[in-house]
Design a protein. Sequence first.
Lengths: 69, 69, 69, 69, 69, 69, 69, 69, 69, 69, 69, 69
Amino acid sequence: MSNPTYRLTEIVGTSDKSTDDAIRNGIAKASQTVRNIDWFEVGQVRGTVQDGDVGSFQVTMKLGFRVED
Amino acid sequence: MSNPTYRLTEIVGTSDKSTDDAIRNGIAKASQTVRNIDWFEVGQVRGTVQDGDVGSFQVTMKLGFRVED
Amino acid sequence: MSNPTYRLTEIVGTSDKSTDDAIRNGIAKASQTVRNIDWFEVGQVRGTVQDGDVGSFQVTMKLGFRVED
Amino acid sequence: MSNPTYRLTEIVGTSDKSTDDAIRNGIAKASQTVRNIDWFEVGQVRGTVQDGDVGSFQVTMKLGFRVED
Amino acid sequence: MSNPTYRLTEIVGTSDKSTDDAIRNGIAKASQTVRNIDWFEVGQVRGTVQDGDVGSFQVTMKLGFRVED
Amino acid sequence: MSNPTYRLTEIVGTSDKSTDDAIRNGIAKASQTVRNIDWFEVGQVRGTVQDGDVGSFQVTMKLGFRVED
Amino acid sequence: MSNPTYRLTEIVGTSDKSTDDAIRNGIAKASQTVRNIDWFEVGQVRGTVQDGDVGSFQVTMKLGFRVED
Amino acid sequence: MSNPTYRLTEIVGTSDKSTDDAIRNGIAKASQTVRNIDWFEVGQVRGTVQDGDVGSFQVTMKLGFRVED
Amino acid sequence: MSNPTYRLTEIVGTSDKSTDDAIRNGIAKASQTVRNIDWFEVGQVRGTVQDGDVGSFQVTMKLGFRVED
Amino acid sequence: MSNPTYRLTEIVGTSDKSTDDAIRNGIAKASQTVRNIDWFEVGQVRGTVQDGDVGSFQVTMKLGFRVED
Amino acid sequence: MSNPTYRLTEIVGTSDKSTDDAIRNGIAKASQTVRNIDWFEVGQVRGTVQDGDVGSFQVTMKLGFRVED
Amino acid sequence: MSNPTYRLTEIVGTSDKSTDDAIRNGIAKASQTVRNIDWFEVGQVRGTVQDGDVGSFQVTMKLGFRVED
């Protein structure tokens, strides 16, 4: 039986629109260089403030991907 | 004076649309069998990745409801 | 070289619409009395439940602002 | 040799008198429907405030009970 | 629909009598200058020791109050 | 698209043999009454000591299972 | 100038009466063999359940005492 | 017997020299407006990086001060 | 009624064989000098790596034992 | 005097046999591409459930290795 | 508007002189192979002891750097 | 093969000069009575404030030492 190994890489996705968009942006960017990304886990949500509103959402998350044989 | 007791149940709501939608889906599903749900507390946000985008959002949360007399 | 000091204040923003809207509402409200808010850090997301749906989203967050000289 | 299994259920006991009374109230209430409760573990102590005094103590705790064969 | 904002302030209440009394003392003191306190959340319980007994109980807690419009 | 909801239940599995055996015992016992268990997450490992050796291993874990439609 | 060193020892005080009494019992017992105890920090509150009521309160705490020259 | 109440305020002290200097700078700045500061508790140490070296040390800490009667 | 006091001591057990063996080794060693050990709580599992395999398992754990009268 | 720098990489080792085997599998796999691995630190133990038994053990761990000059 | 993505890498910087020097050494080493490092976050401070003094300081920290387009 | 056991003892080192000096002072003091101390792990950094400056640095840390055969 196969026992695969996965690696976790930690990134910060950002967006000026929403928390979910920051998640999607980070995943899309990482997918350009990392293959086989299977899941994400959100660590922290923070962001910048400008003129009494959110300037950008910053979502720290870990991405899990399978190590190829 | 009345001193009510509450119970907490832990669920994972999912959605292919958004984090908030995953919260709403989980609450709606639990409300079919649990009465008197008063509040929710988000524990973890994670999800699957497919083709460089979010496949599904998975939100772990606790639901608090009043134990009936 | 200047070594500024920042203060952190903790608030709970609420919204009947979405998590992000709760963040924006809290920041907008705090900006009425606090100047120089630079960043926010989300602590906890919770909320009330009404009729099987989210009644209000409640987002606990810290706001960081520069102490003026 | 027997290897029993236990379950944990999470409740919030409340009291207008004291923290310990909130613990006792929650345990008493849960004991009406759950058999074999062996231990409790306090998670969080919080409460409401009314007129500059504690309105009610709210103690979140887990209750452990043995699963019957 | 109204979406109120709350603030959290952190205090340490003390008492030479009991943990609960330390909570009450801190809330009573804070209520002299802060209006609309709605809830408290206990963070840490510690204290001083004198002659083999508790000298004073010290309870760190957060107080939540509604920001007025 | 389907958006399933999962529930988490927390148990303590025990064994006089090993940590892994305690995990297996807890899962086997829970499977007698809960259907569709998909995953487990270990919380804490502890146990009793007798005569300078482990008396029993006690593994606290959460079990996740899909809520049926 | 003197720079004292302190040591921390961890104990579990118990009581069939109350949480505060468990703290006091543990401190009193430790004071029989440890000199110069200055402070305590509560870690966890748990206990046993008997017949739908608290059997005993168990308070895990650290005691700090000054190392003598 | 007197049972004083303390408040905690959270700040970020910064320095281009060292971690300890960031602590001292933050305390010095806060002391200009807050009286009776008794203690500090370091939360997080982070900072900026410039040209392969530390640009500034940023120390998040809580300051405790006695509430005057 | 008797209200016993327990002490906790923290150790690191090691083994070149397995995690469980590291737990047993640490308990056996501590039992040579400490009487009345009742329970253990695992804190962290780590170890050394040699030639692409585990060199030794290192299990940090707390041992609880009853303080004699 | 030499002051080496180490890097940490996070992986998930899996096994259908045991927790320790999942640790060994992950280390063996990582050792194929990373040199100088010195130690591992277990973060989380979880796994899948199939037919009332463990399907696979999944151990999240960090691996530390020395950065070469 | 641009929404950059950042990556986090975790390292251990060491020094036989001081905590701050360990931070600087780790950042300097990492900067030889990683471009655009913007910030660091200290995780843990530990070290070795030799002859009653610190042998080396070991600072675990995360480094954040912008992913280039 | 030898499988040594280590013990951890928790102390608070203090200094009116610096954080690192507090670490060194605590280790030096403990080394007068404890043999074979191998490593230290910093838990918390706090201290007293006097006249707008640090009065003393207080560093809580664990010391690990090998249990002799």
